[in-house]
Write a protein that binds this ligand. Structure first.
Ligand code: ASP
Ligand code: MG
Length: 439
């Protein structure tokens, strides 16, 4: 069995839905995980924002606009009037629910119910299209088998038991369609796996059914060696280890959601990233045993703030770092990079919600400086310390650029450097040239 997940742009129009329908009907047993059509979840978030502000008029105008888009898709997608009427009724019921929720006191329970409708609608559209074109498929309602526990983490035993039960009930059906992103929580309320969570759903399903492969279909042919928006000559990376993919995902490669990696890795299920717009392209394969001793890719993460605490009291003081970390722990702000010396420590964060409080507390420990608008450039590959020369190449490539921080040796998989926002493109370009010289 394989799991095939299609992101928002992959199912973003009637034409795309038709393309996906062809790809999933390949004669194999597949579980197809769909995201909401592109733009839908953002629009649902916007509707909720209006409702929190008690601006029901703007919420309803936005609901109407969104429905218009779906009505158009229905007309573009189906050819028989019966299917058009049937799907139109189902989609109309969804929008009826949105309007109903808009009319009453708005709570976070309602919000999560609204956010779930995007995925519900894309599976309605796909399933009806398959039916109209004579392809048998079974709709698996995610809300019946994905549940989170009290910590908000997926309850993997529940998922495994219930998903496999639903599949068994479907007899020898070959094609299953299901929603990404959404779930129920331990209270039985509708909830979700956070923005971009459909990749996570795919991975959880893959683990639950012990799939042969998890395919993440998106709109780019795999993870690229660098960000194609800033660097001209990038190439898709053929294969990555899960660790390398995780570093890239955390450090800004938008292709794969970081949460997707662990369930696949633990169950030794390969993850293949493929392009719906160019299905024949090889894509990127992420698995446990990829080639060693190579640098694979470079990613950049924007909007980084670096905080330095400098104090001669740090010298030989064994509790200085723990006091610094405690400040971040208190405000639940994760640290990305760290560089230390005997008398100072610099750390980076990307969530600045509590920056003021952090600085205020750190001032008890030493002299504090803050630099904003920085970028982490993260070079990923097999950078185990015995592999010589890679870090030198990276540092040499940025010799003309002011570098604020360098971090190497934290894991076997990356070297990260911190530069100013205005130097990002040049740094990416220089590093790309140094690491992947054109053949
Ligand atoms: N539709 C959800 C989002 O836009 C989940 C996903 O696409 O992965 O965040
Ligand atoms: Mg996504």
């Amino acid at each position: 069995m394989k799991v095939m997940k299609f992101g928002g742009t992959s199912v973003g129009s009637a034409e795309q839905i038709k393309k996906v329908a062809k790809l999933i009907n390949d004669g194999e047993r597949n579980i197809v995980v769909l995201s909401a059509m592109s733009g839908t979840t953002n629009t649902l978030v916007e509707i909720c924002d209006y409702l929190y502000k008690e601006n029901v008029v703007s919420a309803k105008e936005t609901i109407n606009m969104l429905q218009q888009k779906y009505v158009q898709t229905i007309y573009d997608l189906y050819s028989s009037q019966d299917t058009i009427d049937d799907v139109d009724n189902q989609i109309d019921a969804v929008f009826g629910l949105l309007r109903y929720l808009a009319d009453y006191d708005f709570t976070s329970v309602d919000e999560r119910e609204i956010l779930a409708q995007g995925e519900i609608m894309s599976t309605i559209l796909m399933n009806a299209y398959l039916k109209e074109t004579g392809v048998e498929s079974v709709l698996l309602p995610t809300l019946e088998y994905v549940r989170t526990d009290e910590d908000g983490d997926p309850d993997v035993d529940f998922i495994e038991e219930n998903l496999n039960r639903l599949i068994a009930e479907a007899g020898d059906a070959k094609l299953f369609i299901t929603q990404g992103y959404i779930c129920k929580n331990y209270l039985g309320e509708i909830d979700n796996l956070k923005r971009g969570g459909s990749d996570y759903t795919a991975s959880l399903i893959g683990a639950a059914v012990k799939a042969d492969e998890i395919q993440i279909w998106t709109d780019i042919d795999g993870m690229h060696s660098s960000d194609p928006r800033y660097v001209n000559s990038t190439h898709p990376v053929e294969s990555l280890s899960f660790e390398e993919a995780a570093e890239l995902a955390y450090f800004g490669a938008k292709v794969l959601h970081p949460t997707c990696i662990l369930p696949a890795k633990l169950n030794n299920i390969p993850v293949r990233i493929l392009n719906t717009m160019a299905p024949e392209a090889k894509g990127t394969l992420i698995y446990n045993f990829p080639p060693h001793k190579t640098v694979k890719a470079v990613a950049a993460k924007d909007n980084i703030t670096v905080i330095k605490v400098y104090s001669s009291r740090m010298f030989q003081a064994y509790d200085f770092l723990s006091q610094v970390f405690e400040v971040f722990e208190k405000v639940k702000t994760p640290i990305d990079l760290i560089a230390t010396s005997e008398v100072g420590v610099s750390v980076t964060i990307d969530n600045t919600t509590y920056l003021h409080e952090i600085v205020d507390r750190l001032m008890n420990l030493g002299k504090v400086t803050v630099d904003e608008d920085m970028v982490i450039i993260c070079v990923v590959g097999d950078l185990e310390w015995h592999n010589i020369g890679f870090e030198a190449k990276v540092v040499d490539a940025v010799r003309d650029i002011p570098v604020r921080m360098i971090s190497y040796g934290g894991s076997n998989y990356n070297v990260s450097i911190l530069v100013r926002k205005e130097d990002k493109v040049k740094a990416l370009d220089n590093i790309n040239k140094a690491l992947f010289p054109a053949e």
